[in-house]
Structure formats: C-alpha cells, structure tokens
Design a protein around this ligand. Sequence first.
Ligand code: SF4
Length: 254
Amino acid sequence: MPGARECAFPVGPPPELLVYLDWGASSWHLSGALRLPPRSGRATARSLTCAALLYRFVAEEWLLTVNDLKHFAYCEAIVYLTHRMGVRETPTEYMEYGREVEKEEHVQQLLKKYKVARVLRGVHLVSRELRLTGAPDFILVTKLGELIPVEVKWAEPAPRGRVKRDHVVQLAAYALLMERTWPGSRFSVKRGVVLYLKPSPKFFEVPLTAEDKKAVLDMLKRALDVVRGRAEPRKRARCTGCNYHAHCPFRSYQ
Ligand code: SF4
C-alpha cells in the first residue's frame, strides 16, 4: 500500500497514512482510522487491529478499487481482463508523465474558493459493505466541515468542456466510500471536483446526486458479477485507443 505524502499546503495535511475502514457485519460494525506515524514507526493496538483487518480484506480478494469502477464505466471488459486474466494496462508515455505531475501546486487554486481548512492526501478508504476501496487524490475539508473529493487528471475534459463520465463515476464512488467510512457523524458528500490539466489547468465542480450514487452502486454490483464470472462483460463498440487492446479477446477491429 502506498504511503501518504506530505503536501506543501499552508494548512497542511496530517503527515501520516490514514486508512478509514468500514467493517460491516450483521452483528457488529467498526469504523476506525489506522494511523502510522512515519517518524516514530510505532503502532498502537488499535492500528494493528485495523492493519490485520485490512490484510484480511485484501486476502479475501473481494475488493474492487474505485479505479476498477472508473475502467468499468469506460468498458466492462477491463475488469474481466485485469481480475480474471491478470492482464496489466500497457503503460503509455502519457500515463508515465501524468504520474510525475506535481498535483499539489494545482490544488492551491481550490483553497480560497471552497474556504478550505485542511487538505488531506493519502487517505485510503475501505468498505466491506460496498466491497470497494480507493484513495482520492485529495480530500478538502472546508471550514464548515464539508468533505469534497478532488481528482487531478493529466487529461483534457470531454468535448464541449464537460466532465468525462468515468470521472463522475470515480467521484461518486469516493463519495459513497467517504459516507460509509468517515469516523464520526454520518453525512452526505454532495459535490466533488475534477481538475483537468490539459490543455491548460481548469477545474470543474461535479454535483454528486443520489441518482449518481445509485448508478454507481448498480455498476459496482454488475462489476462484481463480471469479476466472479456470473455475467458476461459488455464491450465497447469501438476499441480505438484502448490500452488493453493488445491482450483483449473481446476487442473489435473497427
Ligand atoms: S480492447 Fe475493446 S473490448 Fe477490450 S477492453 Fe479495450 S475497449 Fe474494451
């Protein structure tokens, strides 16, 4: 699991790895935070318990990631390829460069607009109830206590300056995870932000409605069925530009 990175924000994120777990079962429920201070390297009994649970989540192999869902929204065949056939995405130069982009400097422009009190990075969200895990690029905590997931994309928006559908799915999935796992009171995550860096940095606020979240829950259910081999993936009509094309038995040659 990747460690948390310290951001150069004036308000500063907590300099530790955070994992928020939601372990839902018929008879009991645990929602907790795993905090591993990097400097001392000491772990508490609580953090060790959370780490053991997290290990069990992964070992059970029933988790999908938010990235899986984002791919599923693009083409259902991708989760079949990655989870059942072990195919890895062919890395492109574009993707490699995207990893190197210093995302922190671009998020600065959001601080004033959203009256941000804290910016969190490296927060891993895990929900057994949803069978889903993921880590948004950033979580903004406003002065009013609102939580806003933020994704930074080394990409262009969709035609006519719209947010791409798979990115809306990604934000709605993070919203669902945050609502189920965040310690303390229950609340609704009502909006997220996508920051597209191409052709020039521009951010888009995305309302996250109950319908969006319901659509993601339906998509998650279907993705789990595909991963388990209970449903056939529906493939895209066109495969142009897909990074899985070389290894995909479902590909079309149009
Ligand atoms: S090659 Fe086509 S069918 Fe296969 S994953 Fe890519 S878009 Fe889907």
